[in-house]
Design a protein around this ligand. Sequence first.
Ligand SMILES: *Cc1c(COP(=O)(O)O)cnc(C)c1O
Length: 466
Amino acid sequence: MLRKKVHSKKTTIDINKKNTVKKIIKRDLKVLWHPCTQMKDHEKIPLIPIKKGKGVWIEDFNNRKYIDAISSWWVNLFGHSNPYINSQINKQLNKLEHVLLAGFTHMPAIELSEQLVKLMPKDITKCFFTDNGSSAIDAALKMSFHYWKNKGYKKKSKFVALSNSYHGETLGSLSISNIDLYKKTYEKILKKTIIVPSPDCFYKKSNKSNEEHTEEMFKHMLKTIKKHHQYIAGIVVEPLVQCAGYMRMYHPIYLSLLSEACKKYNIHLIADEIAVGFGRTGSMFAFEQAKITPDIICLSKGITGGYMTLSAILTNEEIYNTFYAEYNKLKAFLHSHSYTANPIACSAALASLKLFNKYDTLKKNKVLSKYIYEKLTSLNNHKNVAEVRQHGMITAVEMIKNKSRRTSFNWKERRGIKAYLYGLNNNVLIRPLGNVIYFMPPYVIKKNEIDLSCEVIKGAIDEATK
Ligand SMILES: *Cc1c(COP(=O)(O)O)cnc(C)c1O
């Protein structure tokens, strides 16, 4: 009798929870259109309402927890609901939630600009804010084009980007991107861009080192520069890792050679550090590994520790000064977004930067990334794994159909989704890019959480390549 009662009580709770979740999902699907989603997929693949997050864990309405192994699309650095960032946001909230940044200013924007400039090479002295990654890229393109116009270079209106690049989803940023999945449909309404083969080391010959391959691939870029430099305003690259481009990686030598050529041929080097900035590749910014100073640097994603939407475009005195003139010369950069440098977002960013020092993050990440590599490197022997690659805190495993022939799985098989569902069933959120499973966790991840994540990644690969 007693046993039955307990049992039935438990069942009721479960059913209630299930109903709650069902109701939430129903409400969602009635009104919400989700990003990067074929909504029909949700007839079969469950939508997961999340109730709360703490550290690397997010928790759903069934009290099921998942390790956020992809930092919620690469934004989270110091865990969900970080007590220090929370407290700093709360403080700011009680002072000033927002004010326009034209004609007015506020301390969080000033302090954040100072700190970002301080983190940059010495020639980078000015910080312009926008409010998401794509808009930062659009602003950078406009800034570069407008600079040359102000300088009297009337022909410079073209941009160069790498194949397999991703710079965002607005028309401007999508124009300089090169992943068919996102771009092809919209080709007709986009601006033409010059695309140069990427130095992507996945395609290197087996007798070459990453450095040799990367250096060799630069000849394509140099050819383009020599041919078109009069028309080129800027060259945009994702330093070291093409993240949305299946986490493909290349050697820093490419950036050194590119920087040199850009200087020689009067072209802006625009570094899209939106995904790789703030420690992801091991250094604070990825371009540092090539010891270069880009002309324009775009930051977003991790800038607020994953809390709020904010982006920054950093540049040098030369570019800034070219816009600095009497008003009637009409040289000003009249670009704006309503929420430019939102004070709450800036205070989250300041708190996040403070944590880099407090936790000695870059140094600790060296230990973590080595540990992660040790845990995953055995996958190199897996019959359906082409390679395990890593740059700092970004580790990727590329699944392949036939290892010796290097043939890929057909994309229609959607093997990544099998891995994704396996991950969810085993408490780890992985969201593969095509046939590439990657691990890009918040920096506060603990060793036992890495152990679990890597075990689940291995299981997911077995499951997906069956
Ligand atoms: C995510 C991303 C962007 C676009 O940023 P959004 O905030 O999503 O618009 C641009 N460039 C790179 C390299 C990115 O990873």
